[in-house]
Design a protein around this ligand. Structure first.
Ligand code: FO1
Length: 312
């Protein structure tokens, strides 16, 4: 069994490739919940929904989040009433948030609700929230502390970023699904999907015991979300610069040193391979920009092969 750690849009694409390359009993996908927030009285889990919709083939390909072919009657009506419309909720997407919120209010765990939603959307691979306890990514900017979605969406990542914090991580525990996957004797290896390491992967690593378990696994393949010095999707490059990290595959390698055994980088970054290997990671050069389903499955297959080779 291979455990994938996924967050936002880039992570969802590789998770989709893995879900197509592996059978449902060969793959566990742990998803970041640090982006979750309460909005309009609803519990919104953006990364869980981005991965779930992507695997269900429902994701909006242009944005990566929300559903394709959406209608916006609810948002239009809310705007007319003067409600907050900075966070766009499509009519079908809204049903996901309402049903998740209803079940959570009935006392179900986020893991149980996620399992049900995935079943209803016909997913074969199960998604595991990283934790059933609340962990919230907050960012300190030159305009003070902001909740993640306020920074990322309402302020459009404009304020300069100084610090990222994962409130609640130290007192949270990994979800049972994640803890079981990390402890499973059948665990062959871990794939860290090309999500923003600071925003979408670090909350998972901040959970007690997770870093140690990943190190103990010792067969960890990460795909760099930075290609040629730019982030494929999202503000990763701006965030890395403002946090003082090097905006390159080498900067990603530094961030993952001591945790990851192999870093898959894009051909555009081939020249960085020796410097990455000097850090003690193995650098594997591939085509890491996933433009379509074929790319996703190919890259996923390469990661699986690296893990299965690394186990020997
Ligand atoms: N991102 C935006 O930039 N603008 C939005 O209006 C927006 C709405 C939205 C609704 C549901 C959902 O699951 C995600 C949504 N996102 C939106 C993305 C969200 O901010 C994610 O946290 C990012 O994709 C980073 O993971």
């Amino acid at each position: 069994m291979i455990l994938a750690l996924a967050g936002g849009v880039g992570g969802a694409k590789l998770a989709d490739g893995l879900a197509n390359a592996l059978g449902p009993d060969e793959l566990a996908i742990a998803v970041n919940t640090g982006d979750d927030f309460e909005h309009l009285g609803l519990h919104v889990s953006p990364d869980l929904d981005t991965v779930m919709y992507t695997l269900a083939g429902l994701a909006n390909p242009a944005t990566g989040w929300g559903q394709s072919g959406e209608t916006w009657s609810f948002m239009d009506a809310l705007k007319k009433l003067g409600g907050p419309d900075w966070f766009r909720l499509g009519d079908r997407d809204l049903a996901t948030h309402v049903e998740r919120t209803r079940r959570l209010a009935d006392g179900e765990s986020l893991s149980s609700v996620t399992r049900l939603l995935c079943e209803k959307l016909g997913l074969r691979s199960m998604l595991l929230p990283m934790s059933d306890a609340p962990v919230r990514t907050r960012v300190r900017t030159d305009e003070g502390w902001l909740d993640f979605q306020h920074y990322f969406v309402r302020e459009q990542c404009r304020p300069a970023l100084r610090e990222v914090r994962y409130d609640g991580a130290e007192s949270a525990t990994p979800s049972a699904g994640l803890a079981d996957a990390l402890a499973a004797p059948t665990l062959e290896g871990i794939v860290i999907c090309p999500s923003n390491p600071y925003l979408s992967v670090s909350p998972i690593l901040a959970l007690p015991g997770v870093r140690e378990s990943i190190r103990a696994c010792g067969n960890v393949v990460a795909v760099s979300p930075i290609v040629g010095g730019e982030a494929i999707k999202g503000p990763a490059a701006k965030i890395m610069k403002e946090l003082g990290a090097e905006v390159s595959a080498l900067g990603i390698a530094r961030w993952y040193t001591g945790l990851v055994t192999t870093l898959v980088i894009d051909r555009a970054d081939e020249a960085l391979a020796p410097s990455i290997e000097a850090l003690g990671l193995r650098a594997v050069v591939s085509e890491t920009v996933m433009r379509d389903a074929t790319d996703r499955i190919r890259l996923a297959g390469e990661c699986v092969a690296l893990i299965r080779a690394g186990k020997t």
